[in-house]
Design a protein around this ligand. Structure first.
Ligand code: F6R
Length: 612
């Protein structure tokens, strides 16, 4: 999605803005631009369709854009096609005020029509231009820029994170936020705004997260934040513990590969602080024993891969806690009038902590009287801040659009949570508790072991990268896992793929299997192995080629049915998906590599989906 960076201080702004925008590239974008106020107090804007390299070419082809205050933006088109005019920053008709904006202004057509009736011409098709034009209109009318900002915020409806420059106030940048992330960074020789902390890591790790309704005024040596009523407020500063190198490729060809390879360490960091003296201890749940024991239902809500973690969670938590557990797509849940109450726990899972549908589902759950526990990777993100309980995954920054280490850490943490609650409610035997705990402790090393088998994944990928269509089948946890394997493949390689509960295939989809169709069969769930084997036999009988993912325990029973066999180590049955997803991630990665795809930035996709 769109990215924002802003700087005001002593240094030249353009290099800082371009560096920040480069670090935001991973979010997905189709155009980019910068605005700077020059030393002679003139607002200058350069923006273009395409990658940042095109913006750089435009900047190089003209007189240098000088100035120590500026805003920059990467746009992911929503209103109006990606082109130079629709790119941000947008300026008012007098060219005095520039705005960058993330989010959507829902009533923009109505405001645009009213300004057009007043004779104000519009140039772009965007909702953002309405903010710039309205700001300039109110600025002229009220003669005060802050009055104008508050007047605009009072009229626009929807979501926004915005950065504003006005050439009449050449040392001042204004920022405002509602329902879209925005943070302030405090640097040594200036101050920053950004939509994402990774844009700031090279300059500062001291940040303040803006809340809905807040407005900030930044100069080179001061930051003042105001609340909705325009009263000045003092806010906490946080230190981000990610460092710059965590958000760099570190010698890997792609962020995705780097992040896949980091999974052992990420899982270790996520689970080991929560295991003390041979017991699971989740500090964030201390004192909540009574509440957890009284739970009658759990709803897991998320989007995309995080929803697939929820599907694993459904099987695992239901089996451990013996209460109904359902996984919902956040985009459906929020509009489904869900049956919730104080005996239902809603678990929201999100890497970014900013996904709009997940955020809306969270608010809906709270409105209906349920507590919300979130599993989030980005510290201080909106979902983390609005939840009653937040459990962080310590995966570090995830830059590749296709999630990998966030997925595995979310899954490990959700299972750990399940075992913790089952122990508290007396629903797990001490023997099983000890076994699963031992397997949890061994999990990071086993993840590293699976990662070593790289040649097997490369071989399977080079044999099958030319497929038109791929089917994933599995039962129970393997079915939940297939959903993720299929998503990984289609999002980065653009091969059509589907995932089916193996027993469901013959109720329709098997008609699509013909000689040469690739079926990836997940056969790690030992209790249903014989059933899964029968399903593999069925597709082979119709000519399918089959890649089987099996464990050391299950492999002997299925190896005669496999064109390619990918074997992973044994672990506790409930933890198996944490290991089994890795061959699927690497298969997808190498298929995409063989096909020459833009792996870290797949077409049409964005890292953090902050629109509906
Ligand atoms: C797929 C992927 C997406 C995200 C989804 C939710 O690889 O990354 O499906 O899982 O957009 O994002 P978060 O977890 O940030 O809420």
């Amino acid at each position: 999605m769109c990215g924002i960076i802003g700087y005001v201080g002593k240094s030249e702004a353009v290099p800082i803005l371009l560096d920040g925008l480069e670090r935001l590239e991973y979010r997905g974008y189709d155009s980019a631009g910068v605005a700077v106020v020059s030393p002679s107090n003139t607002l200058q804007v350069v923006k273009t369709k395409g990658r940042l390299s095109v913006l750089r070419e435009h900047l190089d082809a003209q007189d240098p854009l000088c100035g120590t205050i500026g805003i920059g933006h990467t746009r992911w088109a929503t209103h109006g096609e990606p082109n130079d005019t629709n790119a941000h920053p947008h300026v008012g008709s007098d060219g005095k005020i520039a705005v960058v904006h993330n989010g959507i202004i829902e009533n923009y057509l109505e405001i645009r029509a009213s300004l057009e009736r007043k004779g104000i011409p519009f140039h772009s098709e965007t909702d953002t231009e309405v903010i710039a034009q309205l700001l300039e209109y109110y600025y002229k009318k009220l003669g005060n820029i802050m009055n104008a900002v508050y007047a605009v915020l009072g009229r626009i409806e929807g979501a926004y994170a915005m950065g504003i420059l006005c050439e009449d106030f050449p040392g001042q940048m204004i920022a405002a936020r509602k329902d879209a992330p925005l943070l302030i960074g405090y640097g040594e020789d200036g101050n920053f705004i950004a939509s994402d902390v990774t844009a700031l890591l090279a300059h500062t790790r001291t940040v303040t997260y803006m809340e809905d309704g807040e407005v900030a005024v930044l100069t080179g040596d001061s930051v003042q934040i105001y609340d909705r009523e325009r009263s000045p407020i003092t806010k906490e500063r946080h230190t981000v513990d990610w460092d710059v190198s965590a958000a760099e490729k570190g010698g890997y060809a792609h962020f995705m590969l780097k992040e896949i390879m980091e999974q052992g360490e990420a899982v270790r960091k996520t689970i080991s602080p929560r295991i003390k003296d041979g017991r699971i201890f989740i500090e964030e749940l201390a004192g909540m024993e009574g509440y957890l024991e009284g739970l009658r239902k759990i709803c897991i809500v998320a989007c995309g891969s995080a929803f697939h973690v929820g599907m694993v969670g459904k099987y695992v938590l239901e089996r451990l806690l013996r209460i109904p557990v359902d996984a919902y797509l956040a985009s459906e849940f929020r509009y489904s009038e869900p049956l919730l109450g104080d005996d239902t726990l809603v678990i929201v899972i999100s890497q970014s902590g900013e996904t709009l549908d997940s955020m809306a589902a969270l608010r809906e759950a709270k409105k209906r009287g349920s507590k919300v526990l979130s599993i989030v990777n980005v510290v201080g993100s909106s979902i983390a801040r609005e939840s009653d309980i937040t459990l962080y995954t310590w995966a570090g920054p995830e830059i590749a659009v296709a999630t990998t280490k966030a997925y595995t850490t979310q899954m490990a943490l959700l299972i750990l949570l399940g075992v913790y609650c089952a122990d508290m409610n007396g629903r797990i035997s001490e023997e099983e508790y000890k076994t699963i705990l031992a397997d949890f402790l061994a999990l990071p090393e086993k993840v590293d072991e699976v990662l070593k088998n790289i040649e097997a994944y490369q071989k399977a990928a080079s044999r099958y990268f030319n497929q038109n269509s791929v089917f994933y089948i599995g039962r129970n946890l393997d079915y939940a896992l297939g959903l993720e394997g299929s998503l990984k493949l289609k999002e980065i390689s653009y091969i059509h793929s589907e995932s089916y509960a193996a027993g469901e295939l013959k109720h329709g989809t098997i008609s699509l299997i013909e000689p040469g169709t690739l079926v990836i069969s997940l056969a790690t769930y030992a209790p249903l192995l014989e059933k899964t084997r029968s399903n593999i036999v069925e597709v082979r009988a119709r000519g399918a080629d089959v890649i089987v993912v099996a464990t050391e325990e299950t492999a002997p029973a299925v190896k005669d049915q496999a064109d390619e066999l990918l074997v992973i180590p044994n672990t506790h049955r409930l933890l198996q998906p944490v290991l089994a997803v890795i061959p699927l991630q690497l298969f997808a990665y190498y298929v995409a590599l063989n096909r020459g795809c833009d792996i870290d930035k797949p077409r049409n996709l964005a890292k953090s989906v902050t629109v509906e």
